[in-house]
Write a protein that binds this ligand. Structure first.
Ligand SMILES: [Zn+2]
Length: 409
């Protein structure tokens, strides 16, 4: 396989998470006796541009099954994050009723409503019909397509160019990162700004966040690599912020090469940090596999011990992170009895690979488990609050495994 960005043929394997089904291929009872499609989950790094990327595989259709689409507005911390961003950027770019704001992967409109309230013209680009439909009910215009250079050109022809393009947690999920970036440069007004948010590769390595790896998450990005991708498509990075979402992300500010935005010192600071950590040295990536193997052992030891002691362990959150961890660790429902999830569309179904049943969180109230396994370690406090609303039982303990095993009340 060639590098997704620079086409280099020399890619090195840095992590092998075995075989697993697509992380959102949830099963119904009848599927449990059938074969599941298992795909290798391997991570490679390019020693020329240092893009960390998932190994190529054939994309099964069910990957885009809209039924299970994640709704951003179900996470209160994420909604708050979006609101704060909108306030800040509106002021910084002096956005007003004559501006145009575009959000790529606008989901259910949780973010754009903030611009709508300020009467700042905006529209979303969102290929998932079910979420696009929800945004439309909020009064947001949505283009129901995948974003790329062809769509961007068409939008530009219709005078829909942007003063601000927002692409939060989508850049790492696009298979063709070159075409997507080309699209950004075509859609920006001459002095327009694009902001991207993505989990920072530096934190993945530092804090052993290997469970953030799954098939639909194609790229694991550093500022160094993103800056280079931008430059090869007529863009440049002029500012960056380190933010705490998803276990530590970057918010990158970009513009067209000749736009008037002044380069901020934050860019060099983050680039230096990355260089210091060794993101451009192959040896830096060597500890990822042993660190993941250690978590797998810890998780298995803990679960077997609890089962032997007659303790009940359940989990919370039927999302990608949990599936990566469970499938890599070869855990099934003999060790984790069920997983609770607030999404009604998932309840009554089963996790892909591990076949652990997904239930309504109310089950915790009647069941009183001994341990609740939290997969979404990045929103642990929010989940604990959520559970305390369901049950005021103080007997159970919470346990999470990334970066290390932590048990707390
Ligand atoms: Zn490359």
């Amino acid at each position: 396989m060639n590098c997704r960005y620079c086409n280099n043929l020399k890619l090195s394997k840095i992590l092998d998470l075995g075989y697993s089904p697509p992380s959102n291929a949830y099963l119904v009872a009848a599927d449990l006796s059938r074969d599941e499609q298992l795909i290798p989950l391997r991570v490679l790094v390019c020693d020329k541009c240092w893009l960390v990327q998932i190994e190529d595989y054939t994309l099964p259709d069910e990957l885009f099954n809209a039924e299970y689409a994640y709704l951003s507005s179900t996470s209160s911390s994420w909604v708050k994050h979006a609101k704060e961003y909108c306030e800040k950027i509106t002021q910084e770019l002096n956005l007003n009723i004559e501006s145009m704001v575009v959000e790529i992967a606008s989901n259910d409109g949780y973010l754009l409503t903030n611009f709508l309230e300020r009467k700042i013209p905006c529209y979303g680009v969102e290929p998932t019909a079910s979420t696009a439909k929800i945004s439309k009910t909020k009064g947001i215009n949505v283009i129901e397509e995948f974003f790329g250079s062809v769509l961007a050109e068409n939008l530009a022809k219709q005078k829909k160019n942007a003063d601000l393009i927002i692409a939060n947690n989508v850049y790492a999920h696009v298979p063709d990162i070159n075409d997507f970036t080309k699209g950004l440069s075509k859609l920006l007004k001459p002095s327009g700004v694009v902001t991207l948010e993505f989990p920072h590769l530096l934190n993945l390595l530092k804090f052993n966040q290997f469970d953030t790896i799954y098939h639909e998450h194609y790229s694991y990005l550093s500022l160094y690599t993103v800056s280079n991708i931008f430059e090869s498509h007529g863009l440049r990075v002029w500012s960056v912020e380190e933010i705490d979402t998803h276990g530590g992300s970057l918010r990158v500010y970009g513009c067209l090469k000749d736009a008037p935005w002044e380069l901020k010192s934050s860019v060099q600071l983050v680039l230096d940090k990355e260089a210091q950590y060794g993101l451009r040295k192959l040896s830096t990536y060597c500890h990822l596999q042993p660190a993941a193997d250690k978590v797998r052992l810890e998780l298995n030891n803990f679960l077997v011990q609890q089962r032997d002691n007659g303790k009940k362990v359940v989990a919370f959150g039927a999302a990608a992170k949990g599936n990566t961890l469970l499938n890599f660790s070869k855990i099934d429902s003999s060790l984790v009895q069920y997983v609770c999830d607030n999404a009604v569309s998932k309840q009554g179904k089963y996790l892909p690979g591990s076949h652990i049943p997904i239930v309504d969180p109310i089950k915790i109230k009647n069941d009183n488990p001994d341990y609740i396994l939290i997969f979404a370690w990045n929103i642990k406090d929010e989940i604990k609050d959520n559970i305390s609303l369901i049950s005021n039982n103080t007997k159970f303990k919470y346990v999470s495994f990334i970066p290390n095993m932590v048990i707390d009340d």
